[in-house]
Design a protein. Structure first.
Length: 483
C-alpha cells in the first residue's frame, strides 16, 4: 500500500507543470519549458535575529556554467586573501647603481608585480620616479620580467586565437607584467577635409604603438562612423588594421584590441616613455621569465590602486584580464596556469559551510568548463554579507540596474531597478549562457540574495538577455514587494 501511494506521489510531481515546480519564479520557469537548463534560487539572508529563508527556487543544486558570474568568486577570494586596501607593486630594479653622471652600467629590470590594473599612467609615474632617482642613461638592456606568471598557456579558443589575431579585447592574454589590460588602444580621428585618410594615433604614446594600417576614410559631416579593427601579429610585431569611415564632425573613437604579448607590449611602451623622459637605453627591450637577481636593488616603484578599486572595475566591466590576473595572484606554486588560479578559488569556497560542488578552470568565467549551482553562489553571497570588513567593498562592485554601466540591464519594474545589485555572465559557445547573481532589498529592508543560471543546449532556441531579464525582473519585483 505504501509503495503504491509513493508511486502516485512521484507521478503527481512528474506531471506538475514547471511553473509549479519553480515556486516563486513563475516567469523564469517558462524558460525551462522551452528546453533551457536552469538553476535558480532567491533567499532572504539572516540578519538582526531574523532567520534566513528560501523564497523561490528552480533546481537550485543543478551544476551549470556561470560564465562571468565566476568573477564574484574571484572577488570574494581576493578580498579574503589580501584585504580591500591591498596594492600590487611594480618595481624598476637593477644590480647596478647609477653613477655620478646618472649612468646605470647594467640592465634596467621591470619586476612585474601582477597588478591587474597597471596602466600607462602608472608606467609614466614609474619613469618619473626613476628620473628623480638620478638615472639618465642605461648601458644595458630594458628587461621586463614576468617571472611570477606569463606567458600563461591559453586554454580557451578565444585566447589561443589572440596569439596571432584579435578582433576584441575581452580575450586578452595574461602576464604578471601586463599593462592596459593586455590590450592596445588606437584613437581614430577625422581629417579636416572629407576624402582624406583619418588620423590614427596611439592612445598611450606619440610613437605609433602598435603599427598602423590605416584604411579609414574621412567622410562629410553627419555621414556616420563605422569602424573595424583587427590586430595582426607580423614578423615585425603587432599591427592594427583599421578600416571604415568617420565623418568630419565626429569625435575621436578609441579602439581596443588584445595584444599578442602583454609583457612585450609593456616593454615597447616603457622604452618609449624612458626616451621621452630623457633616459637613454642603449640595449634592446626584451622580456624574461627569470626572477630578478637577489642582489638587484630597487630604483623606483609604483603601487597600484587599492584592491577595492580594482574589483570595482573588474566586476562593473566584467574584465576578463583583471579577473584572471587576480586568480593567478591567488594561485600556489611557481609560474601557475589558469587552472591553478581556479583551484585556489575553489579551495576558498570549499571552506564556506553548505556551499556544495564547484569547478573553476579560471577566475573570469571565460572557460566554459566552470560549473557551480544557484544555491552555491547564494551561499557565497550570504557568507560575504556576514563579513562586515569585506562586504562594503564586495557589494560595491555590483551594478544597480537603474544606473548600470551595462545598458542592457537597465530594464524591468521600478522595484527591480532600484532595489537590486547584480553581476551578469554571458557565453555564446559552445552553448549560450546567461547568468545573473546579486543582492536585493525587500520593502521591509531585509537583505536577500539571488542567482539565476540559464544554459542552452544544442537543440534549444536562441537565448538573449531580454528573455532572461524581463522574466527575472518581474519575479524578483514580486518577491521584493511581498516581503
Amino acid at each position: 500500500m505504501f509503495h503504491r501511494l509513493l508511486s502516485r506521489c512521484l507521478l503527481t510531481v512528474a506531471l506538475l507543470p514547471l511553473t509549479a515546480l519553480g515556486a516563486g519564479f513563475p516567469q523564469l520557469s517558462t524558460l525551462a519549458e522551452d528546453g533551457f537548463r536552469l538553476s535558480a534560487e532567491a533567499r532572504l539572508l539572516g540578519s538582526g535575529g531574523q532567520p534566513a529563508a528560501t523564497l523561490a527556487s528552480i533546481t537550485p543544486r543543478r551544476s551549470l556554467s556561470p560564465a562571468s558570474v565566476t568573477k564574484v568568486y574571484t572577488a570574494a577570494a581576493a578580498l579574503d586573501r589580501f584585504g580591500p586596501q591591498h596594492r600590487f607593486t611594480t618595481r624598476l630594479v637593477s644590480t647596478a647603481e647609477p653613477g655620478a653622471e646618472g649612468v646605470l652600467d647594467g640592465d634596467l629590470i621591470l619586476d612585474g608585480g601582477g597588478d591587474p590594473a597597471l596602466t600607462s599612467e602608472d608606467l609614466w609615474r614609474l619613469v618619473q620616479r626613476l628620473h628623480q632617482a638620478g638615472v639618465r642613461e642605461v648601458v644595458g638592456r630594458l628587461v621586463v620580467s614576468q617571472w611570477r606568471f606569463g606567458p600563461v598557456e591559453c586554454i580557451t579558443t578565444d585566447r589561443c586565437r589572440a596569439r596571432s589575431r584579435a578582433k576584441n579585447a575581452y580575450n586578452a592574454l595574461l602576464s604578471s607584467a601586463g599593462v592596459n589590460f593586455g590590450s592596445w588602444c588606437v584613437s581614430v580621428a577625422p581629417a579636416a577635409v572629407a576624402g582624406e585618410p583619418a588620423v590614427l594615433t596611439s592612445c598611450n604614446s606619440k610613437v605609433p604603438l602598435p603599427g598602423f594600417d590605416n584604411q579609414v576614410e574621412t567622410q562629410p559631416a553627419d555621414s556616420g562612423t563605422r569602424l573595424s579593427a583587427t590586430r595582426v601579429t607580423q614578423q615585425a610585431g603587432d599591427v592594427m588594421h583599421v578600416s571604415g569611415q568617420i565623418s568630419t564632425n565626429a569625435y575621436p573613437r578609441d579602439l581596443y584590441r588584445a595584444s599578442a604579448d602583454p609583457a612585450g607590449q609593456t616593454a615597447d611602451l616603457l622604452l618609449v616613455m624612458l626616451e621621452r623622459a630623457g633616459i637613454q637605453v642603449r640595449g634592446k627591450a626584451v622580456t624574461s621569465t627569470t626572477q630578478p637577481p637577489a642582489s638587484a636593488q630597487q630604483l623606483a616603484a609604483v603601487a597600484g590602486e587599492p584592491l577595492q578599486e580594482v574589483l570595482l572595475r573588474t566586476l562593473n566591466y566584467s574584465n576578463n584580464f583583471m579577473a584572471d590576473v587576480l586568480a593567478l595572484n591567488l594561485a600556489n606554486g611557481a609560474r601557475p596556469g589558469l587552472a591553478a588560479g581556479g583551484a585556489a578559488i575553489q579551495a576558498f569556497a570549499s571552506g564556506i559551510d553548505g556551499h556544495g560542488p564547484l569547478l573553476l578552470r579560471s577566475g573570469s568565467g571565460l572557460t566554459p568548463e566552470n560549473r557551480t549551482t544557484a544555491s552555491g553562489v547564494n551561499t557565497l553571497l550570504a557568507y560575504m554579507f556576514e563579513q562586515p570588513a569585506l562586504f562594503p567593498s564586495f557589494v560595491a562592485g555590483l551594478q544597480s540596474p537603474r544606473n548600470g554601466v551595462m545598458r542592457f540591464i537597465r530594464k524591468g519594474p521600478p522595484l527591480f531597478q532600484n532595489r537590486v545589485m547584480l553581476k551578469t555572465g554571458t557565453l555564446n559557445e559552445p552553448v549560450r549562457v546567461r547568468a545573473v547573481t546579486g543582492y536585493f532589498r525587500t520593502l521591509s529592508d531585509r537583505w536577500g540574495a539571488f542567482t539565476v543560471l540559464v544554459n542552452g543546449t544544442a537543440s534549444t532556441p536562441y537565448l538573449n538577455w531580454t528573455m532572461v531579464l524581463e522574466r527575472l525582473s518581474e519575479d524578483l519585483a514580486r518577491l521584493i514587494e511581498a516581503h
